[in-house]
Design a protein around this ligand. Structure first.
Ligand SMILES: *Cc1c(COP(=O)(O)O)cnc(C)c1O
Length: 390
Protein backbone atom coordinates (compact mmCIF):
# COMPACT_ATOMS: atom_id res chain seq x y z
CA UNK A 1 0.00 0.00 0.00
CA UNK A 2 1.01 3.58 -0.62
CA UNK A 3 2.37 5.32 2.50
CA UNK A 4 2.00 9.06 2.84
CA UNK A 5 3.27 10.94 5.87
CA UNK A 6 1.54 14.23 6.66
CA UNK A 7 2.39 14.45 10.36
CA UNK A 8 5.69 16.33 10.37
CA UNK A 9 4.63 18.64 13.22
CA UNK A 10 4.53 15.53 15.45
CA UNK A 11 7.89 14.30 14.30
CA UNK A 12 10.05 14.05 11.17
CA UNK A 13 12.13 11.22 9.76
CA UNK A 14 15.86 11.46 10.45
CA UNK A 15 17.80 13.01 7.54
CA UNK A 16 20.32 10.39 6.40
CA UNK A 17 23.06 13.05 6.42
CA UNK A 18 22.39 13.65 10.13
CA UNK A 19 22.60 9.90 10.73
CA UNK A 20 25.92 9.84 8.90
CA UNK A 21 27.27 12.59 11.15
CA UNK A 22 26.08 10.69 14.24
CA UNK A 23 27.44 7.23 13.42
CA UNK A 24 31.09 7.81 14.45
CA UNK A 25 29.87 9.12 17.82
CA UNK A 26 27.95 5.91 18.41
CA UNK A 27 30.59 3.43 17.24
CA UNK A 28 33.98 5.08 17.62
CA UNK A 29 33.91 8.17 19.86
CA UNK A 30 31.53 6.54 22.35
CA UNK A 31 33.34 7.89 25.42
CA UNK A 32 31.70 9.83 28.21
CA UNK A 33 32.27 13.50 27.39
CA UNK A 34 33.24 14.07 31.03
CA UNK A 35 36.05 11.49 30.94
CA UNK A 36 39.68 12.59 30.90
CA UNK A 37 40.93 9.88 28.52
CA UNK A 38 41.11 10.44 24.80
CA UNK A 39 37.99 8.51 23.80
CA UNK A 40 36.09 10.76 26.22
CA UNK A 41 37.83 13.85 24.93
CA UNK A 42 36.95 13.09 21.32
CA UNK A 43 33.30 12.89 22.40
CA UNK A 44 33.73 16.21 24.22
CA UNK A 45 35.20 17.75 21.07
CA UNK A 46 32.17 16.63 19.01
CA UNK A 47 29.82 18.03 21.62
CA UNK A 48 31.52 21.43 21.79
CA UNK A 49 31.94 21.72 18.04
CA UNK A 50 28.20 21.09 17.70
CA UNK A 51 27.48 23.74 20.32
CA UNK A 52 29.49 26.29 18.36
CA UNK A 53 27.79 25.30 15.13
CA UNK A 54 24.26 25.64 16.60
CA UNK A 55 25.19 28.96 18.23
CA UNK A 56 26.39 30.30 14.89
CA UNK A 57 23.24 29.13 13.07
CA UNK A 58 20.95 30.73 15.65
CA UNK A 59 23.05 33.82 16.39
CA UNK A 60 23.80 33.36 20.08
CA UNK A 61 26.87 32.46 22.14
CA UNK A 62 27.86 28.79 22.52
CA UNK A 63 27.82 29.13 26.32
CA UNK A 64 24.19 30.25 26.16
CA UNK A 65 23.09 26.81 24.88
CA UNK A 66 22.15 23.93 27.19
CA UNK A 67 21.51 20.50 25.68
CA UNK A 68 18.40 18.70 26.91
CA UNK A 69 16.34 15.60 26.14
CA UNK A 70 13.97 17.67 23.99
CA UNK A 71 11.69 20.65 24.08
CA UNK A 72 9.43 19.23 26.79
CA UNK A 73 12.40 19.34 29.14
CA UNK A 74 13.52 22.76 27.86
CA UNK A 75 10.03 24.25 28.37
CA UNK A 76 9.68 22.70 31.83
CA UNK A 77 13.14 23.93 32.80
CA UNK A 78 12.32 27.52 31.88
CA UNK A 79 8.86 27.70 33.41
CA UNK A 80 9.68 25.94 36.68
CA UNK A 81 13.32 27.06 36.81
CA UNK A 82 12.54 30.78 36.46
CA UNK A 83 9.61 30.42 38.87
CA UNK A 84 12.00 28.99 41.46
CA UNK A 85 14.92 31.34 40.85
CA UNK A 86 12.76 34.50 40.91
CA UNK A 87 10.17 33.53 43.53
CA UNK A 88 11.51 36.29 45.80
CA UNK A 89 10.60 38.84 43.12
CA UNK A 90 7.11 37.61 42.34
CA UNK A 91 4.91 34.63 41.56
CA UNK A 92 3.08 35.70 38.42
CA UNK A 93 3.61 34.21 34.94
CA UNK A 94 1.95 35.24 31.67
CA UNK A 95 1.46 32.75 28.84
CA UNK A 96 -1.14 32.12 26.14
CA UNK A 97 -4.06 29.72 25.85
CA UNK A 98 -2.60 28.08 22.73
CA UNK A 99 0.79 26.98 24.09
CA UNK A 100 2.02 23.40 23.80
CA UNK A 101 1.23 21.25 26.83
CA UNK A 102 4.96 21.30 27.67
CA UNK A 103 4.40 24.95 28.72
CA UNK A 104 0.77 24.78 29.86
CA UNK A 105 1.18 21.86 32.24
CA UNK A 106 4.20 23.19 34.16
CA UNK A 107 2.16 26.41 34.52
CA UNK A 108 -0.76 24.41 35.89
CA UNK A 109 1.64 22.65 38.26
CA UNK A 110 2.91 26.03 39.49
CA UNK A 111 -0.62 27.33 39.98
CA UNK A 112 -1.17 24.48 42.44
CA UNK A 113 1.92 25.66 44.31
CA UNK A 114 1.10 29.28 45.00
CA UNK A 115 1.84 30.88 41.61
CA UNK A 116 -0.63 32.93 39.63
CA UNK A 117 -0.87 32.31 35.88
CA UNK A 118 -2.49 34.59 33.29
CA UNK A 119 -3.49 32.87 30.05
CA UNK A 120 -3.75 35.37 27.19
CA UNK A 121 -6.57 34.88 24.71
CA UNK A 122 -6.06 34.69 20.94
CA UNK A 123 -8.17 35.97 18.07
CA UNK A 124 -9.98 33.90 15.43
CA UNK A 125 -6.71 33.27 13.55
CA UNK A 126 -4.64 32.45 16.63
CA UNK A 127 -2.86 35.74 17.36
CA UNK A 128 -2.04 37.06 20.82
CA UNK A 129 -2.97 40.74 21.23
CA UNK A 130 0.18 42.72 22.19
CA UNK A 131 -1.97 45.22 24.10
CA UNK A 132 -3.52 42.43 26.13
CA UNK A 133 0.01 41.28 27.02
CA UNK A 134 0.99 44.82 28.04
CA UNK A 135 -2.03 45.05 30.31
CA UNK A 136 -1.41 41.61 31.85
CA UNK A 137 2.10 42.33 33.12
CA UNK A 138 2.16 43.31 36.80
CA UNK A 139 4.78 44.27 39.38
CA UNK A 140 5.07 40.64 40.46
CA UNK A 141 5.34 39.18 36.91
CA UNK A 142 8.55 37.18 36.49
CA UNK A 143 8.17 35.48 33.09
CA UNK A 144 6.26 35.73 29.82
CA UNK A 145 6.17 32.57 27.67
CA UNK A 146 4.69 32.72 24.17
CA UNK A 147 5.40 30.26 21.37
CA UNK A 148 6.78 31.43 18.04
CA UNK A 149 4.74 29.19 15.70
CA UNK A 150 1.78 27.13 16.80
CA UNK A 151 2.06 23.38 16.26
CA UNK A 152 -1.63 22.88 15.42
CA UNK A 153 -2.64 25.87 13.27
CA UNK A 154 0.81 27.23 12.37
CA UNK A 155 0.12 30.86 13.32
CA UNK A 156 3.37 32.83 13.71
CA UNK A 157 3.45 35.42 16.52
CA UNK A 158 5.42 38.65 16.36
CA UNK A 159 7.89 37.49 19.02
CA UNK A 160 10.17 40.50 18.64
CA UNK A 161 7.32 42.87 19.47
CA UNK A 162 5.89 40.74 22.30
CA UNK A 163 9.38 40.35 23.81
CA UNK A 164 9.92 44.11 23.69
CA UNK A 165 6.71 44.65 25.65
CA UNK A 166 7.92 42.26 28.39
CA UNK A 167 11.36 43.91 28.45
CA UNK A 168 9.82 47.40 28.67
CA UNK A 169 8.49 46.24 32.03
CA UNK A 170 11.68 44.42 33.05
CA UNK A 171 10.23 40.91 32.62
CA UNK A 172 12.05 37.88 31.15
CA UNK A 173 10.69 36.41 27.90
CA UNK A 174 10.67 32.77 26.72
CA UNK A 175 9.59 31.41 23.35
CA UNK A 176 8.94 27.79 22.43
CA UNK A 177 10.33 27.96 18.88
CA UNK A 178 10.10 24.24 18.11
CA UNK A 179 7.80 24.69 15.11
CA UNK A 180 9.60 27.74 13.75
CA UNK A 181 13.09 26.19 13.47
CA UNK A 182 13.73 25.05 9.92
CA UNK A 183 10.48 26.61 8.69
CA UNK A 184 11.21 30.32 9.08
CA UNK A 185 14.52 32.06 9.85
CA UNK A 186 15.19 32.19 13.61
CA UNK A 187 17.74 34.76 14.79
CA UNK A 188 17.90 34.77 18.58
CA UNK A 189 19.68 38.09 18.93
CA UNK A 190 17.20 39.78 16.60
CA UNK A 191 14.21 38.30 18.46
CA UNK A 192 15.71 39.57 21.72
CA UNK A 193 14.38 36.67 23.83
CA UNK A 194 15.93 35.55 27.12
CA UNK A 195 15.02 31.87 26.65
CA UNK A 196 14.19 29.76 23.60
CA UNK A 197 13.38 26.04 23.26
CA UNK A 198 14.15 23.75 20.32
CA UNK A 199 13.86 20.05 19.52
CA UNK A 200 15.96 18.08 16.99
CA UNK A 201 13.28 15.63 15.87
CA UNK A 202 11.06 18.42 14.55
CA UNK A 203 13.74 19.41 11.98
CA UNK A 204 14.86 15.96 10.74
CA UNK A 205 17.24 15.34 13.64
CA UNK A 206 17.12 12.49 16.16
CA UNK A 207 14.43 12.08 18.84
CA UNK A 208 15.26 12.65 22.50
CA UNK A 209 17.55 15.60 21.92
CA UNK A 210 16.89 19.32 22.19
CA UNK A 211 18.31 22.54 23.51
CA UNK A 212 17.52 25.47 25.71
CA UNK A 213 18.95 28.89 24.93
CA UNK A 214 19.32 31.01 28.04
CA UNK A 215 20.79 34.47 27.63
CA UNK A 216 23.88 35.22 29.71
CA UNK A 217 22.67 36.37 33.13
CA UNK A 218 19.09 35.07 32.73
CA UNK A 219 18.62 33.05 35.92
CA UNK A 220 16.92 29.68 36.23
CA UNK A 221 17.17 26.79 38.67
CA UNK A 222 18.31 23.54 37.01
CA UNK A 223 15.70 20.87 36.40
CA UNK A 224 17.99 17.89 37.05
CA UNK A 225 20.66 17.70 39.71
CA UNK A 226 23.44 15.14 39.82
CA UNK A 227 26.56 16.42 38.12
CA UNK A 228 28.39 19.41 36.74
CA UNK A 229 27.35 18.78 33.12
CA UNK A 230 26.25 21.73 30.97
CA UNK A 231 27.91 24.23 33.30
CA UNK A 232 25.97 22.97 36.33
CA UNK A 233 22.63 23.62 34.62
CA UNK A 234 21.67 20.17 33.34
CA UNK A 235 23.03 17.09 35.08
CA UNK A 236 23.34 13.84 33.16
CA UNK A 237 25.72 12.24 30.66
CA UNK A 238 25.44 14.19 27.44
CA UNK A 239 23.72 12.60 24.43
CA UNK A 240 26.76 13.27 22.24
CA UNK A 241 25.60 11.47 19.09
CA UNK A 242 22.19 13.11 19.45
CA UNK A 243 23.69 16.58 19.75
CA UNK A 244 25.99 15.98 16.76
CA UNK A 245 22.96 14.83 14.74
CA UNK A 246 20.97 17.84 15.91
CA UNK A 247 23.73 20.25 14.82
CA UNK A 248 23.95 18.60 11.39
CA UNK A 249 20.15 18.58 11.01
CA UNK A 250 19.92 22.25 11.97
CA UNK A 251 22.70 23.16 9.54
CA UNK A 252 20.75 21.42 6.75
CA UNK A 253 17.45 22.95 7.89
CA UNK A 254 18.93 26.45 7.81
CA UNK A 255 20.95 26.16 4.59
CA UNK A 256 18.14 24.38 2.70
CA UNK A 257 15.28 26.38 4.23
CA UNK A 258 14.51 28.36 1.09
CA UNK A 259 14.48 25.34 -1.18
CA UNK A 260 12.40 23.22 1.23
CA UNK A 261 9.87 25.91 1.96
CA UNK A 262 9.35 26.71 -1.73
CA UNK A 263 8.66 23.03 -2.42
CA UNK A 264 6.38 22.63 0.61
CA UNK A 265 4.52 25.85 -0.04
CA UNK A 266 3.62 24.71 -3.59
CA UNK A 267 2.29 21.41 -2.26
CA UNK A 268 0.44 23.10 0.59
CA UNK A 269 -1.32 25.46 -1.79
CA UNK A 270 -2.34 22.53 -3.97
CA UNK A 271 -3.76 20.73 -0.93
CA UNK A 272 -5.41 23.88 0.42
CA UNK A 273 -7.19 24.69 -2.85
CA UNK A 274 -7.99 21.04 -3.48
CA UNK A 275 -9.62 20.49 -0.09
CA UNK A 276 -11.77 23.61 -0.32
CA UNK A 277 -12.84 22.54 -3.80
CA UNK A 278 -13.41 18.82 -3.34
CA UNK A 279 -14.86 18.69 0.19
CA UNK A 280 -17.99 20.82 0.54
CA UNK A 281 -18.34 22.71 3.82
CA UNK A 282 -14.65 22.41 4.75
CA UNK A 283 -13.06 25.16 6.82
CA UNK A 284 -9.44 26.21 7.06
CA UNK A 285 -8.48 27.18 10.62
CA UNK A 286 -5.77 29.75 11.30
CA UNK A 287 -4.24 32.43 9.14
CA UNK A 288 -4.09 31.35 5.49
CA UNK A 289 -1.68 34.16 4.58
CA UNK A 290 0.85 34.16 7.41
CA UNK A 291 1.74 30.82 8.95
CA UNK A 292 4.36 28.10 8.80
CA UNK A 293 3.33 27.01 5.31
CA UNK A 294 3.60 23.26 5.92
CA UNK A 295 0.66 23.32 8.33
CA UNK A 296 -2.98 23.00 7.21
CA UNK A 297 -5.59 22.57 9.92
CA UNK A 298 -9.08 21.91 8.59
CA UNK A 299 -12.43 21.20 10.14
CA UNK A 300 -14.99 19.07 8.29
CA UNK A 301 -18.28 19.60 10.19
CA UNK A 302 -20.22 16.36 10.61
CA UNK A 303 -17.20 14.06 10.24
CA UNK A 304 -15.66 13.16 13.59
CA UNK A 305 -11.90 13.87 13.48
CA UNK A 306 -10.67 10.61 14.99
CA UNK A 307 -12.83 8.62 12.56
CA UNK A 308 -11.41 10.58 9.62
CA UNK A 309 -7.87 9.92 10.81
CA UNK A 310 -8.46 6.18 11.20
CA UNK A 311 -10.13 5.97 7.78
CA UNK A 312 -7.23 7.85 6.19
CA UNK A 313 -4.73 5.59 7.95
CA UNK A 314 -6.44 2.59 6.36
CA UNK A 315 -5.70 4.24 3.01
CA UNK A 316 -2.06 4.73 4.02
CA UNK A 317 -2.17 8.43 4.92
CA UNK A 318 -0.87 9.60 8.31
CA UNK A 319 -2.50 12.78 9.63
CA UNK A 320 -3.35 14.03 13.11
CA UNK A 321 -6.30 15.57 14.91
CA UNK A 322 -4.29 17.98 17.03
CA UNK A 323 -6.49 17.00 19.94
CA UNK A 324 -5.22 15.35 23.07
CA UNK A 325 -6.48 11.89 23.91
CA UNK A 326 -6.77 11.94 27.69
CA UNK A 327 -7.97 8.82 29.49
CA UNK A 328 -9.64 7.41 26.40
CA UNK A 329 -11.89 10.40 25.81
CA UNK A 330 -10.97 12.64 22.90
CA UNK A 331 -10.87 16.27 23.96
CA UNK A 332 -11.29 18.87 21.23
CA UNK A 333 -8.15 20.90 20.45
CA UNK A 334 -7.52 23.57 23.12
CA UNK A 335 -6.08 25.75 20.36
CA UNK A 336 -9.26 25.71 18.26
CA UNK A 337 -11.41 26.32 21.34
CA UNK A 338 -9.21 29.31 22.26
CA UNK A 339 -9.69 30.63 18.71
CA UNK A 340 -13.45 30.51 19.23
CA UNK A 341 -14.29 27.39 17.22
CA UNK A 342 -17.37 25.64 18.60
CA UNK A 343 -16.53 22.35 20.41
CA UNK A 344 -18.68 20.28 17.98
CA UNK A 345 -16.74 21.68 15.06
CA UNK A 346 -13.36 21.41 16.82
CA UNK A 347 -14.05 17.66 17.19
CA UNK A 348 -13.92 17.35 13.39
CA UNK A 349 -10.42 18.80 12.99
CA UNK A 350 -7.72 17.18 10.87
CA UNK A 351 -4.15 18.50 10.70
CA UNK A 352 -2.02 17.99 7.63
CA UNK A 353 1.62 18.88 8.33
CA UNK A 354 3.77 18.51 5.24
CA UNK A 355 7.48 17.86 4.97
CA UNK A 356 10.32 18.05 2.50
CA UNK A 357 9.85 14.45 1.37
CA UNK A 358 6.23 14.89 0.24
CA UNK A 359 5.37 14.96 -3.45
CA UNK A 360 2.71 16.24 -5.81
CA UNK A 361 1.46 12.65 -6.12
CA UNK A 362 0.93 12.52 -2.33
CA UNK A 363 -1.41 15.50 -2.61
CA UNK A 364 -3.26 14.10 -5.63
CA UNK A 365 -3.82 10.75 -3.91
CA UNK A 366 -5.08 12.50 -0.76
CA UNK A 367 -7.52 14.62 -2.75
CA UNK A 368 -8.84 11.43 -4.33
CA UNK A 369 -9.19 9.49 -1.09
CA UNK A 370 -10.42 12.08 1.40
CA UNK A 371 -13.69 13.42 -0.12
CA UNK A 372 -15.47 10.02 -0.11
CA UNK A 373 -14.30 9.41 3.48
CA UNK A 374 -15.81 12.68 4.68
CA UNK A 375 -18.99 12.04 2.72
CA UNK A 376 -19.41 8.57 4.24
CA UNK A 377 -18.79 9.82 7.80
CA UNK A 378 -21.25 12.65 7.31
CA UNK A 379 -23.93 10.24 6.15
CA UNK A 380 -23.45 8.35 9.40
CA UNK A 381 -23.93 11.56 11.37
CA UNK A 382 -27.70 12.02 11.79
CA UNK A 383 -27.33 15.53 13.14
CA UNK A 384 -25.25 16.72 10.21
CA UNK A 385 -27.48 15.03 7.60
CA UNK A 386 -30.55 16.63 9.19
CA UNK A 387 -29.00 20.10 9.33
CA UNK A 388 -28.22 19.89 5.62
CA UNK A 389 -31.70 18.78 4.49
CA UNK A 390 -33.53 21.22 6.79
C1 LIG B 1 6.84 18.71 19.70
C2 LIG B 1 6.72 19.97 20.47
C3 LIG B 1 7.22 20.09 21.78
C4 LIG B 1 7.81 18.90 22.52
O1 LIG B 1 9.07 18.57 22.03
P1 LIG B 1 9.75 17.17 22.42
O2 LIG B 1 11.15 17.34 21.98
O3 LIG B 1 9.02 16.13 21.65
O4 LIG B 1 9.64 17.00 23.88
C5 LIG B 1 7.12 21.29 22.42
N1 LIG B 1 6.57 22.36 21.82
C6 LIG B 1 6.09 22.30 20.57
C7 LIG B 1 5.49 23.51 19.94
C8 LIG B 1 6.14 21.11 19.85
O5 LIG B 1 5.63 21.05 18.63
Amino acid sequence: MRRIYFDHNSTTPLDSRALEAMTPYLLEFYGNASSVHSVGQSARAGLEKSREQIAMLLNCRPDELYFTSGATESDNTVVKGVADALAHKGKHIVTSRIEHHAVLEPCEYLSRHGYDITYLSVDRRGYVDPEELRGAIRDDTILVSIMQANNEVGTIQDIKKLCQIAHDKGVLFHSDSVQALGKIPVDIKDLGVDFLSGSAHKFYGPKGCGFLFAKTGARFTPFAHGGAHERNKRAGTENVAGVVGMAKALELAVTELGKNQTHISTLAKQLFDGLLQSVPDSHFQGDPDHRIVNTLFFTFPGAEGEATILSMDMKGIAVSSGSACTSGAVEPSHVLLAMGVRPEEAQTAVRFSLGKGNTKEDIEYTLEVLPPIIERLRMMSPIYAQSKTA
